[in-house]
Design a protein around this ligand. Structure first.
Ligand code: GRF
Length: 320
């Protein structure tokens, strides 16, 4: 098992979602832990709770600071904490583009509506006014556009005929506290999950010209070039007792394979059997696995085995 993923929670007030994350992180097998609770309001109630539970805190009022400066100070505090992910939990500040870009794919938010319905404020009021019979909560990735990033999870909550925005909010909050820890746990576990990793490799391999997936000795593999086609990639899920979940790709030969492993032994290894013919293992189940590198090796490997008529096509496309 990898180390627990380090998460910073950003709050502005009560912090009940942060508390839900915090207590979920204390359960056996939780894949994440909170390393910081930070707030733009030094009086946020959630800070006291975090302190009492021994979680480091950071508070910096945004008043009398411009957005860029405040974002940068928060970003610095988060980085200093060693956090790998950010969980926005009732953080009532819109984050600037620089901040969002720096944390792209690693910052989550919880929003009390079934997005894409009702981004922004007053979600419960708007749901009731619209006569909705179902409201709910969404956890999504943070992007520059408010409440618009990829949806990672949602829970529906029934609207009762006599609901006020407050009574509905209180019920939605139960759902929030269930959903957020679960979605965060799944999200931080993905980079170590064989099924998810296989999907990532598969979409990239299948994106190359004339590729078919066909198992080889029980492992997923990809070939190109039609009937007499050759394999250019295999997916190895801890085969032969190895630790790695990996992509096996074809290098130009043993020398190149050896050089790669020497240069970056965390990312590359010599796979059993295949190593002997110059295939290299690219480790996928590690923090910060590099998907551009995976794409590069898939393409190189494909080029090494694809028939001329196909490589010509790709070369022509590259020239554009
Ligand atoms: C929650 O309803 C959350 O969905 C929204 O702000 C509220 C924060 O509540 N983004 P808390 O501070 O987590 O108790």
């Amino acid at each position: 098992m990898p180390d627990k993923a380090k998460v910073a929670a950003l709050i502005s007030g009560r912090g009940s979602n942060m508390a839900a994350l915090l207590y979920a992180s204390k359960l056996p097998d939780a894949p994440f832990r909170l390393v910081l609770v930070a707030s733009n309001d030094p009086d946020a109630a959630g800070l006291e709770l975090a302190k009492a539970e021994g979680i480091p805190t950071f508070a910096l009022s945004h008043k009398s600071m411009n957005r860029g400066e405040h974002d940068a100070a928060m970003d610095k505090a988060v980085r200093n904490s060693g956090a790998e992910y950010i969980a926005l939990a009732g953080y009532m500040r819109i984050l600037g583009e620089d901040f969002v870009r720096a944390w792209e794919g690693r910052a989550l938010n919880i929003h009390p509506s079934l997005l894409p319905k009702y981004p922004g404020l007053d979600t419960h009021e708007r749901a009731i006014e619209a006569g909705d019979t179902v409201a709910g909560v969404t956890v999504h990735l943070v992007t520059a556009e408010l409440d618009a990033g990829q949806i990672l999870g949602q829970t529906e909550v029934a609207v009762l005929p006599e609901d006020t925005p407050e009574s509905l909010a209180a019920r939605v909050l139960f759902a929030e506290h269930q959903l957020y820890p679960r979605v965060l746990a799944d999200y931080v576990s993905r980079p170590f999950d064989a099924a998810w990793l296989l999907d990532q490799v598969r979409v990239r391999a299948m994106d190359l010209p004339e590729v078919e997936e066909r198992p080889s000795h029980g492992a997923p593999g990809w070939r190109t070039g039609g009937k007499s086609g050759k394999y250019f990639a295999y997916f190895s899920d801890q085969h032969h007792g190895e630790d790695a979940i990996a992509l096996l790709a074809k290098t130009s030969g043993i020398d190149e394979m050896t050089a790669l492993i020497e240069r970056d032994p965390d990312a590359f290894y010599r796979p059993a059997y295949y190593g002997a013919s110059g295939w290299v293992g690219i480790v996928l189940n590690r923090p910060g696995a590099d998907w551009e590198q995976v794409e590069y090796w898939l393409k190189r490997s494909w080029q090494a085995v694809a028939p001329k008529r196909l490589t010509k096509l790709l070369d022509a496309a590259d020239e554009f």
